[in-house]
Design a binder for this molecule. Structure first.
Ligand code: HPA
Length: 260
């Protein structure tokens, strides 16, 4: 059993249930991550936490240094990462308040450094990405949700858009035709960088608005914020349940979030 890390997105600059024991200002060969790495315990399990958008939610999705974030977590010993993601809902059963563990994604982002392999001495590497999310970690989240009685949609396709603006109604119609159930801005390149580093990765998405054009309403930040607050408790319960499961499966949980 390795070390679990959680990357918090919008609404999760901190993880209230995490008993924090320390923090590290990491510096990697790709620069600094968005925020200090928080070390602590969740249900007795050593866990790392990183705020994707930085302290005070200041780094927009297209300007996040995803490589520094992933590299810093890898260097701190993370072997599993759960990325929290506030998303828009596209599928009929993905309305505001729904939690989902997608099993597929489509990458519509551009101009984001999206690989650790850029030729040169590292060579040319094509990682398999047929199934972008770790089946084991997804199953762990589903089991934890069922133990905590938190409804969780199993599977779905996450369309990753560039942002920071929200989509047009026509773009959402295209995402729907493409088979996307959810739309968000951060699962890529996070998921593929984790894959390149050999880290298991899953997204825990929570829907904070119907995607653009699916209702007569315009999407407001106030409404998104209201839904984030609505989802917060369920996401926290689910993660606490997951950590409890992991802690139960860990023979001797140490006191440090760092691997021995
Ligand atoms: N689109 C893209 N990203 C999002 C949305 C959305 O509607 N809601 C929250 N993140």
């Amino acid at each position: 059993m390795g070390l679990l890390a959680i990357i918090g997105g919008s609404g999760f600059q901190t993880l209230p249930a995490l008993a924090v024991s320390g923090q590290t200002r990491a510096v990697t060969s790709y620069g600094s991550p968005s925020a200090p790495l928080m070390e602590g315990h969740l249900s007795g399990l050593p866990v790392l936490f990183l705020a994707r958008h930085g302290p005070g939610h200041r780094v927009p999705p297209h300007q996040i240094n995803y490589r520094a974030n992933l590299k810093a977590l890898a260097e701190a010993g993370a072997t599993q990462i759960i990325g929290l993601a506030a998303v828009g809902g596209i599928a009929d059963d993905c309305g505001p308040g729904v939690l989902c563990v997608p099993d597929q994604l489509i990458d519509y982002t551009h101009g984001r450094p999206n690989s650790f392999y850029e030729g040169g001495p590292a060579g040319v590497v094509h990682v398999d990405f047929s199934w972008p999310y770790s089946p084991g970690l997804r199953q762990g989240l589903l089991a934890a949700a069922s133990a905590a009685e938190v409804p969780l949609r199993d599977g779905g396709t996450y369309g990753v858009t560039q942002g920071p603006r929200l989509e047009t109604a026509a773009e959402v119609r295209r995402l729907h035709r493409d088979g996307c159930d959810l739309v968000g801005m951060t699962a890529m390149p996070e998921a593929v960088l984790a894959r390149e580093l050999g880290i298991e990765y899953a997204t825990l998405a929570f829907v904070v608005n119907w995607a653009a054009g699916l209702t007569a309403e315009v999407i407001t930040m106030d409404e998104i914020q209201r839904q984030i607050e609505h989802c917060n408790a369920a996401v926290g319960r689910l993660l606490t349940s997951l950590a409890a499961q992991h802690a139960g499966a860990t023979p001797a949980a140490g006191t440090s979030a760092k691997p021995d």
